[in-house]
Design a protein. Structure first.
Length: 263
């Protein structure tokens, strides 16, 4: 009887020992797998940086300025004109868009109220010399006087000193560049020339603009034309069409940001 009891206890002890020995590899294996998993996570975590989640905070996204992708600038040279500039300003006001006017000093002096209206309605005013001379035939002092006289007149009428300059006919001689630099002007040219001053039809002007326009375009038009101007009528076609295509009309300064696009 005693031998049977010893045999039973011995068998039980043997089974328990076998079970313990068999479980050890499983525990070790599980521990190794867990360690391996921890190592993989430690390799991934450093790539989830603060920068990756920083932009998701509400305060940051609210402060990001989203600029329109399709921005264009209407620019008008040689004015103001007693009739056409007013018509153009009325159209711009109707569509609530801003433009940039490069004014000739002697015309600004003749129609100061139009210059004041431009400024009060939020348009940008640039310097286009006092008498629109042939700059290649002018001395550096003559060019300086042309620019300064118009500069002073604009400031007198608006209380604001412009830093935008467009040379007559877009001609940038070394003298023009020198004076512009000394007076802290940005020389602004254009990317689309409508040739409206030739009195081509408003249909042809519209076709030219709509064909060539793209993001960042600076469109050259004129608010002073000696003959019958096709420009106001062309604007009534161009503006609604481009608005429909998703373009935003901005000032020249918004296009060039005082750095890009100047020469």
């Amino acid at each position: 009887m005693k031998n049977r009891v010893k045999f039973i206890y011995g068998a039980i002890a043997f089974v328990l020992l076998f079970a313990i020995i068999g479980a050890v590899p499983f525990v070790v294996s599980k521990s190794r797998k867990a360690k391996k998993k921890i190592d993989i996570v430690s390799e991934i975590v450093p790539f989830v940086t603060e920068e990756a989640t920083h932009c998701e905070t509400e305060s940051e996204t609210e402060n990001v300025e989203v600029l329109p992708k399709k921005r264009i600038a209407l620019t008008f040279d040689d004015g103001p004109h007693k009739k056409y500039t007013k018509e153009i300003l009325d159209i711009l006001k109707e569509y609530d868009i801003k433009a940039t006017f490069f004014v000739v000093g002697r015309n600004a002096k003749a129609y100061p109220d139009i210059i004041k209206r431009m400024y009060e309605e939020g348009h940008e005013i640039g310097n286009h010399t006092y008498s629109h001379p042939k700059v290649r035939e002018e001395s550096i002092n003559d060019i300086l006087n042309e620019i300064v006289e118009t500069e002073n007149l604009i400031e007198e009428l608006t209380g604001h000193k412009t830093d935008l300059f467009r040379p007559p006919n877009g001609i940038c001689t070394e003298s023009v560049k020198t004076v512009a630099k000394e007076r802290n002007y940005h020389i602004v040219l254009w990317t689309i020339d409508t040739l409206d001053w030739t009195c081509k039809s408003s249909k042809d002007i519209s076709k030219c603009v709509l064909k060539e326009v793209k993001d960042g375009s600076v469109i050259l038009m004129h608010d002073f034309i000696a003959k019958n101007s096709p420009t106001p009528e062309a604007l009534r076609t161009i503006i609604p069409k481009l608005l429909e295509e998703g373009y935003t009309f901005v000032t020249v300064s918004e296009i060039i940001n005082k750095k890009v696009g100047t020469r």
